[in-house]
Design a protein around this ligand. Structure first.
Ligand SMILES: [Mn+2]
Length: 323
């Protein structure tokens, strides 16, 4: 039961407040995500957006702001010190900025009770009002299940360094109830986990899953839809499109070398920002993508040839060495 005046009831009609945490190196994906967010949330203009970063130049801030339709959002840039996370693990496609989400509860004043944290490697494709107004049932966070959840439950080998929780969520979209998060010391307990398990596979996401074990509200996966192997979003009928598409793993649709099926879908949004690719960048991307395609083809042909050889060769033990 939620009482009048609690954060649950207080969200109806309240402005949507979104938080991102990213470095300047992610300015283009941030601008593209914000563009998609603004375009799919006209009913919610002006959106309130906070960007937490260690380092984001004035020129890049301006370029991100000018990538949005005028009047669509108010952006507050918040400088955060990520030094205290410098000893925590990162991956090639995950920077220390990922830990900035642990700071969110201490950065906002008491009157702000709820924020929607989002990764910048996403596109918002629908009005966020329904997810924003979700009743969290007194839990500190709402999140959607991660693709890892099914892998862990299947008992597949090779994932021993991911914590075993009953259900495993993706930390790229977190609907945070700040008073409850603070009261349950979620950030502190997540950091304790990282100190005790510095080699945990999914770093901050593992830590948040442990800290929120049994204490997270499950949101529909359409609000954090994993897009690494799911085909071309542009080909989905409108009714099946996710509310928020999340380009998980290293397969980012803006990287020509990964040949993402969503590259052109992503570009529909990117090209309306000040980070639209120039003609020479498009030519370079086409060349990079083609070269990666040829390398893929060669690799597949090599595998086929090896399979063929294995099937027709005499057994290894009967072969004489020719070295
Ligand atoms: Mn992400």
């Amino acid at each position: 039961m939620s009482l009048p005046g609690t954060s649950e009831q207080g969200q109806a009609g309240q402005p949507i407040r979104v938080v991102f945490a990213c470095d300047e190196g992610y300015a283009m994906p941030l601008a593209t995500m914000l563009r998609s967010l603004a375009e799919s949330n006209q009913a919610n203009w002006p959106l309130t957006v906070h960007v937490l970063s260690n380092d984001f130049s004035a020129a890049s801030r301006e370029r991100v702001e000018k990538s949005l339709p005028s009047g669509s959002a108010y952006i507050q840039w918040m400088q955060v010190d990520l030094m205290k996370f410098s000893h925590f693990p990162t991956l090639p496609h995950i920077s220390a900025a990922t830990y900035a989400r642990f700071l969110i509860p201490e950065l906002f004043p008491a009157e702000i009770r709820r924020v929607l944290y989002l990764d910048a490697d996403m596109l918002a494709l629908d009005d966020l009002r329904p997810v924003w107004e979700t009743n969290l049932g007194g839990k500190p966070v709402g999140a959607a299940r991660d693709v890892m959840d099914a892998i862990l439950k299947s008992g597949e080998a090779g994932w021993d360094d991911v914590p075993r929780v009953p259900h495993y969520f993706n930390a790229g979209m977190l609907l945070m109830d700040l008073p409850t998060w603070r009261a349950e010391r979620v950030s502190e307990r997540a950091m304790d986990y990282l100190v005790a398990h510095p080699k945990t596979r999914m770093s901050d996401q593992d830590a948040l899953n442990v800290a929120c074990d049994g204490r997270w509200h499950e949101l529909d996966q359409r609000w954090n839809f994993p897009c690494h192997r799911s085909g071309n979003l542009g080909e989905l009928p409108a009714a099946k499109r996710p509310g928020i598409a999340h380009f998980i793993t290293y397969r980012k649709p803006w990287l020509a070398q990964v040949r993402s099926q969503n590259a052109s879908f992503y570009n529909q949004f990117r090209r309306r920002t000040l980070y639209a690719r120039t003609m020479s960048e498009r030519v370079r991307d086409a060349a990079v993508s083609s070269a990666a395609g040829v390398r893929n083809l060669l690799r597949r042909l090599r595998i086929l040839a090896e399979e063929d050889r294995a099937a027709t060769d005499t057994p290894v033990e009967q072969r004489s060495s020719n070295i």
